[in-house]
Design a protein. Structure first.
Length: 207
């Protein structure tokens, strides 16, 4: 689909024009979403992972995708198209870094996963309460400081205390985070970048 190409290039006006035209030609909203917009974000995700494009290009592509999604939304709702699971996302307590988190959000949305963004400086209790409220499949925690990484362990513990640990997968990431740290705190997945995070999240939600 041409919209995939223009979505990956970040051409929002062109994406809106092509989405509208595809709807007028009777193409299914679900096909426009998956073969056009989401496939465009997959292209950019792969390039980002391979260092062929960088944060600004991802932001522009995500904006183009969202412009197309806004036109499709009412059609998707009336057609009963479901999102592929729900992720609660935030930067942990004491940490105010949001760029990495925002990239993960865009990549997850680019895979068709619904994201509930809690922002930055999020307490373990808030992560767990929101996950329960939204019946989330995943809790995604980001940290950029070695001093705030420990809060991820608290999120795992709070999820256990709340009795939702068997229902919710916990994903962690951020510059100082490693697979060893993930294993040591009992989280489920560590991913080194936003594109990989979205692939793992999709796998969790569709299994």
């Amino acid at each position: 689909m041409k919209s995939a190409h223009f979505c990956s290039k970040g051409r929002a006006p062109k994406v809106k024009e092509l989405v509208t035209s595809a709807l007028e030609r009777g193409i299914e909203p679900k096909d426009i979403l998956e073969q056009g917009l989401l496939s465009g974000m997959s292209i950019i995700g792969e390039k980002f992972k391979n260092n062929e494009v960088f944060v600004p290009e991802v932001l522009i592509a995500a904006r183009a995708m969202n412009a197309g999604v806004e036109i499709l939304r009412p059609y998707l709702v009336s057609a009963g198209v479901e999102t592929k699971g729900t992720a609660v996302l935030g930067t942990v307590k004491g940490d105010l870094h949001g760029i990495g988190k925002n990239l993960v959000k865009m990549m997850l949305e680019g895979k068709g996963v619904k994201v509930v963004d809690l922002g930055v400086d999020v307490s373990p209790e808030t992560f767990v309460e929101k996950a329960q409220e939204c019946d989330a499949d995943i809790i995604c925690c980001s940290a950029l400081l070695t001093t705030t990484m420990v809060e991820m362990k608290n999120v795992v513990e709070k999820a256990e205390e709340a009795g939702i640990r068997d229902k919710v997968k916990i994903m962690i990431g951020g510059a100082p985070v490693t697979q060893n740290f993930c294993d040591s705190i009992g989280a489920d997945y560590y991913t080194p970048d936003a594109a990989t995070a979205s692939e793992v999240a999709l796998k969790i939600c569709t299994e």
